[in-house]
Design a protein around this ligand. Structure first.
Ligand code: 6R9
Length: 656
């Protein structure tokens, strides 16, 4: 079989992209995934998942694979019991792989740690014993607010081992974001660091925790890893150094088996309102699908591969594809603490070369950044160890896909474009390397055992060539079990749009091509996707109007060549001032960064005299998007006052 070269039709138009890249015979012959998986799963879906669950060690086997009688609240592997941390750590030591490296950790300043599975077991046991000494009980919630240091992974696994439910909060989020998440989950403990390295410099982290916990009475202790030796304030009795508490603990701890449906973690994600949703994941079904997908989608060979997922543990990709999926499969992986251009723009490729990384999983926004930095940078490094490349977080444009394959994958490696969400827990739609003929820009097909459809407004499946909404029409093992503390919001958000059919509504637009392959087209709700991070327009609007100078705000996601979308805010200032001035605009951008986190900082803030609204008062973001993307303005007939758009455009022309 021959592969087509990268020459072809217009690269940047996803709908006219027609090249395909079949797997080489050699790759297909050795692949973990087999084409029969689709048939096996279709013939007996529950039997298929039961077989995948056998990948794990169960202390008690389940009586029933799926209980969907209380839909949309699923129970998988009913009656089964297991320990998630045992599955990710101890069993690999017990099967004779204690000396295998689990984690090659690379710190941003260049310090390193090599952690074998025996080391990992000892660290997780010590951490678990420390959490017991702090009086933590099964079911308690623990917030983890840390950079990418090994202790973050030890902490997650120690929670899993004890049946504590972790809530990891991205270290780039603000004190306020941390406060609201701690409060919503009523966490008893926060684990953090004194500081974190950011672009070569230590930045304090603990002050944000101090600020957050001043208003969260549920927190009893703050456990602090020393990372940057930054000076920190200390509250005696409440604050404890990790090295004082954890290092003295025994490295032995006997894991207890928990119910398959025991809550494993809560992870907050943006919805269409200003209030983030605590997505709840449980144990047995989640680990089954994380493990199965990691093994098949990345073709993991535990004895020879070196895997690297560049996500942060603050996002679901870090949960499922750094911690639970890979470790359950006895991976050897690289974990990197820092940014991709510290101290130079070849840092990732230097790491690939150093550890002979064979599987590399990243986000389109980073691929486009690498494109911008230039192909001569990866060219300087030996990337010949790479054999599978992955992409996640947003649609990957064919141009970036081709660049990735040619410049990183030596025009040889398969690329898996993996569609999934915080809510789905694990990969749902993706090519299978060695099986699928890849199409640049398309995630293609639901994995064996998973079912997805593209439907119209009424919930009817669209024909090949047609577009509509992506739905998941059958329950899957790693599906969210709800929104923490809010069953109504769970039903309303995901299950009400296509209630008649009982479909899960993902919030994404999608289309089928003529072969029936799925192309994801981005969010259809008020959620923006900035560098693969989900941020709701309402969340940014609420942050803006909390500033004393702002009367009203409307936020849109405008197409951005690097970050996918960029945040553009339109604000009306109090007292009707129309000249924001650079100072005022900077203050507003900084205010959003402080309220939510730097990732939510608007790319642009435009001060306007009015906002376009319908007669019922709904802001017409579509028109603002036209302005933000420098397009001619669309249909204004439903505006309450059709002259508003002229006012806005005239004002902006004068202002620039
Ligand atoms: C894993 C993750 C989920 C949203 C999702 C969609 C977008 C993710 C994608 C993709 C097209 C892909 N998305 N992967 N869109 N192709 N391969 O990113 O979770 O942060 O919850 O975001 O990201 O819009 O709905 P999360």
């Amino acid at each position: 079989m021959t592969e087509q070269s990268g020459q072809g039709p217009a690269l940047d138009n996803l709908l006219t992209e027609s090249r395909t890249f079949p797997p080489s015979d050699e790759f297909a012959a050795a692949a973990n995934a087999r084409p029969e998986l689709y048939r096996e799963a279709d013939a007996d879906r529950e039997g298929f998942w039961a077989k995948q669950a056998e990948r794990l060690h169960w202390d008690t086997k389940w009586d029933q694979v799926l209980d969907w009688s209380d839909a949309p609240f699923a129970k998988w592997f009913v009656g089964g019991k297991l320990n998630v941390a045992y599955n990710c750590v101890d069993r690999h030591v017990e099967s004779g792989h204690g000396d295998q490296v689990a984690i090659h950790w690379e710190g941003e300043p260049g310090d390193t740690r090599t952690i074998t599975y025996s080391d990992l077991r000892a660290e997780v046991c010590r951490t678990a014993n420390a959490l017991l000494e702090l009086g933590m009980n099964t079911g308690d919630r623990v917030a983890i607010y840390m950079p990418m240091v090994p202790e973050a992974i030890f902490a997650m696994l120690a929670c899993a081992r004890l049946g504590l439910t972790h809530s990891v909060v991205f270290g780039g989020f603000s004190a306020e974001a941390l406060r609201s998440r701690i409060d919503d989950a009523q966490a008893r403990l926060v684990i953090t660091t004194d500081g974190q390295y950011r672009r070569g410099n230590p930045a304090a982290l603990k002050p944000a925790v101090d600020e957050a916990v001043a208003q969260t009475p549920s927190i009893e202790h703050v456990l602090v890893v020393k990372r940057t030796s930054t000076d920190v304030e200390w509250t005696d009795g409440r604050d404890i150094w990790w090295h004082d508490l954890v290092d003295k603990q025994s490295d032995q701890h006997t894991p207890e088996a928990f119910d398959a449906e025991h809550p494993l973690y809560i992870l907050y994600t943006s919805g269409t309102t200003g209030r983030p949703k605590g997505i709840l994941h449980t144990s047995g079904g989640y680990l089954t699908q994380a493990s199965y997908t990691h093994f098949n989608v990345f073709d993991l060979k535990p004895d020879t591969d070196v895997y690297w997922c560049t996500a942060d543990i603050g996002w679901v990709t870090g949960h499922s594809y750094i911690v639970y999926g890979p470790l359950s499969n006895r991976v050897t992986q690289v974990v990197y603490e820092g940014t991709p251009n510290t101290p130079h723009e070849g840092r990732h490729w230097e790491i690939v070369q150093k550890y002979k990384v064979s599987i590399y999983y990243t986000a389109p926004t980073l691929i486009r950044t690498f494109m911008k930095w230039g192909a001569d940078i990866p060219e300087k490094f030996d990337l010949s160890s790479l054999r599978v490349l992955g992409s996640v977080g947003e649609p990957i444009n064919p141009e970036a896909w081709i660049w990735y394959r040619e410049n990183i994958g030596a025009s040889r490696t398969p690329i898996v474009d993996t569609w999934w969400q915080t809510e789905t827990g694990a990969i749902m739609i993706s090519p299978l390397p060695g099986v699928t003929s890849a199409k640049p820009g398309s995630a293609q097909r639901a994995l064996p055992g998973v079912s997805a459809k593209v439907v119209d407004d009424q919930g009817n499946e669209v024909p090949h060539g047609g577009g509509g909404y992506l739905v998941l029409d059958k329950p899957w093992p790693s599906m969210l079990r709800g929104i923490w503390g809010d069953n109504d919001r769970y039903r309303e958000t995901y299950w009400s749009r296509f209630a008649a059919q009982g479909y899960y509504f993902a919030g994404d637009g999608a289309k089928y091509d003529n072969d029936g392959d799925i192309w994801l087209l981005g969010r259809v709700d008020d959620v923006m996707n900035v560098s693969g991070h989900r941020i709701s327009t309402t969340e940014v609007e609420s942050a803006l109007v909390s500033h004393p100078t702002v009367a009203e705000a409307a936020v849109v996601g405008a197409t951005d060549p690097t970050t996918g979308q960029g945040i553009v805010a339109f604000v009306i200032l109090r007292g009707g001032a129309v000249d924001g001035g650079a100072e005022a605009v900077k203050a507003l951008r900084d205010h959003v960064a402080k309220e939510i986190g730097p990732i939510a900082k608007p790319r642009q803030v435009m001060v306007v005299p009015e906002l376009p609204k319908t007669r019922s008062g709904k802001i017409m973001r579509r028109l603002l998007r036209d302005v933000a993307e420098n397009r001619s303005i669309g249909d204004v007939t439903t505006l309450a006052d059709s002259s508003v758009m002229e006012l806005i455009s005239d004002g902006l022309k004068k202002g620039t």
